[in-house]
Design a protein around this ligand. Structure first.
Ligand SMILES: Cc1cc2nc3c(=O)[nH]c(=O)nc-3n(C[C@H](O)[C@H](O)[C@H](O)COP(=O)(O)OP(=O)(O)OC[C@H]3O[C@@H](n4cnc5c(N)ncnc54)[C@H](O)[C@@H]3O)c2cc1C
Length: 482
């Protein structure tokens, strides 16, 4: 048997969840080895710099472009690794979201928080929802709450409280869109637990949202748009000035443990009180505890010989494949019809793309002066057929869509396509119960963490890394391993 190096903790997977686990173990003084199969760190986080079109480069995001500031763990990590001052907010002047309605972009009425209208006038005059649809949404104020803790699909929940149109025009494109999910399968408890809480606490989403809004305004003494204490409107989305990959680079530079790329874990077997990890290529290493920060199907493959029950549950987490294509233009060549930075597309519109973000309007420093960078989302459960197109056909299709939806006909300066196969875990109804069952079925000293489990957003993944580090430390404190 080959000699194997040994470490108290082996972390498998070097995306944001694995990197965060390493960071928070390091803060606790616990040694670790971090193993990533790819030649680069970051998993789905990928920022590409494209030079040659002016004083500044284009910054093209292949995966996430930002993270939500209301969940504090992302910004907290950024501050800890020295990026606090570099965080920039999304453009608050042009924050209008558009929803495609009968083939044309229609503004989401001002004051719609999540799915709930909190301002009367813009909602009443909006063309997005029919008069009957508006009345039906208003009925949320009177419909009695469902008093149980049962999970239900987002579609069931929204239909029950706000009606079909709110689902079709707002909840489905915006809230299922974030998760690349199908509203008819998506768990409301796993993806929007706040809705359930508001219904229980206030008996109505609208009453709950209005109460929350009033409390926020009292707390910060600011205007109606969710302002910050300094009077500037707070941005819901933030990102490092140099792109999301700056988080990865800063973490990598600050991690002092044993970091290995090109290190795919092929098998894990019990050995003594811990585990032997076999790497592709024949190397092996010993660890007292193992944190699996891989996609769920990869964790399932590694755990199957140890615990088929956990492996079956992990394999039950569905994945869909998605992609983005970014296109760069000279501003003078395009007439941009949106006074905001996002267009979402309801499934009922039956387009081969899911959404469009004007990246350089959303964030500063994404394009040189006089240029526009936009990106188009495709694939998932809304337009799976687009994943199968080859690059040339995809590019041609996206150009046709940009023409049809936004009137953009100009030839881009360049474009970049990123395909993320089996990339988006689906939180179907019953997801939280599944996760509890997985956790209960894991062998001693094995942990799972990251986007398949308790939140897909970057802050959720950071939080899960933090929690995994705490679980590892707790086991060491109890005298098992480390
Ligand atoms: C197109 C797109 C846009 C997104 N936009 C946003 C956004 O704007 N904001 C936001 O907050 N979130 C966004 N997300 C979600 C977010 O990016 C992901 O949920 C998050 O990055 C996942 O991190 P992770 O560490 O859980 O997994 P991953 O990034 O998938 O990392 C897992 C790692 O494990 C490695 N691995 C797998 N098997 C093995 C093995 N056997 N041995 C060693 N290594 C292995 C993989 O190579 C990979 O690097 C987006 C996702 C996509 C795809």
């Amino acid at each position: 048997m080959k000699h194997a190096t040994s470490s108290p903790v082996a972390i498998v997977g070097g995306g944001i969840a694995g990197l965060s686990t390493a960071w928070y173990l390091q803060q606790r003084g616990i040694d670790y080895v971090l193993l990533e199969q790819a030649p680069r760190w970051g998993g789905k986080i990928f920022t590409e710099q494209v030079d040659g079109y002016g004083d500044a480069p284009f910054l093209v995001e292949g995966g996430p472009d930002s993270f939500i500031s209301q969940k504090p763990w992302g910004a907290a990590l950024a501050r800890e690794i020295g990026l606090g001052d570099t965080l920039i907010g999304a453009n608050t002047q042009l924050k209008q979201t558009y929803v495609l309605h009968k083939g044309r972009p229609a503004p989401l009425p001002e004051g719609v928080l999540m799915i709930v209208p909190t301002r009367f006038k813009p909602f009443v005059f909006s063309s997005l929802i029919s008069p009957w649809g508006k009345l039906r949404m208003g009925m949320d104020l009177f419909i009695p709450p469902r008093r149980d803790a049962q999970d239900e699909t987002l579609a069931e929940f929204v239909r029950r409280r706000l009606g079909n149109e709110a689902l079709d025009k707002i909840a489905e494109p915006l809230m299922s869109g974030i998760y690349n999910a199908e509203a008819d399968k998506q768990s409301v408890l796993a993806t929007f637990p706040r809705f359930h809480e508001l219904e229980q606490q206030y008996g109505s989403l609208t009453k709950g949202m209005l109460a929350g809004q009033a409390a926020r305004q009292r707390a910060n003494g600011a205007g109606a748009n969710g302002g910050a204490p300094n009077g500037k409107p707070a941005s819901l989305f933030v990102t490092p000035r140099d792109g999301t990959e700056a988080l990865v680079t800063a973490l990598r530079d600050r991690l002092t443990g044993d970091l290995r790329t090109g290190a795919a874990v092929a098998a894990i077997e019990p050995e003594g009180a811990g585990y032997r990890l076999h790497l592709d290529g024949g190397a092996a290493l010993l660890a007292e505890q193992v944190v699996l920060a891989t996609p769920a199907f990869a964790a399932a493959a590694l755990l199957r010989p140890l615990t088929p029950a956990a492996a079956d549950l992990l394999d039950g987490i569905r994945y869909v494949s998605t992609g983005t294509i970014s296109l760069a233009y000279r501003t003078a060549d395009v007439v941009n019809p949106l006074k905001g930075y996002g267009l979402v597309i309801p499934m009922s519109e039956r387009r081969p793309i899911n959404a469009i973000t004007l990246s350089s309007v959303k964030f500063a420093h994404r394009a040189p002066d006089g240029h526009l960078l936009l990106r188009v989302f495709f694939g998932g459960s809304r337009s799976p057929q687009s994943m199968d197109l080859d690059d040339a056909a995809l590019y041609a299709m996206v150009r046709r869509e940009l023409d049809a939806l936004l009137g953009i006909r100009a030839e881009p300066l360049f474009h970049r396509i990123y395909r993320w196969r089996r990339s988006n875990p689906q939180y179907d109804v019953g997801h939280l119960e599944r996760i509890a069952a997985i956790t209960a079925a894991l062998p001693p000293g094995v942990h799972v963490t990251g986007s398949p489990y308790r939140g897909v957003g970057l802050p959720d993944c950071v939080k899960q890394g933090q929690d995994s580090a705490a679980q590892v430390a707790e086991r060491i404190d109890r005298g098992f391993g480390g």
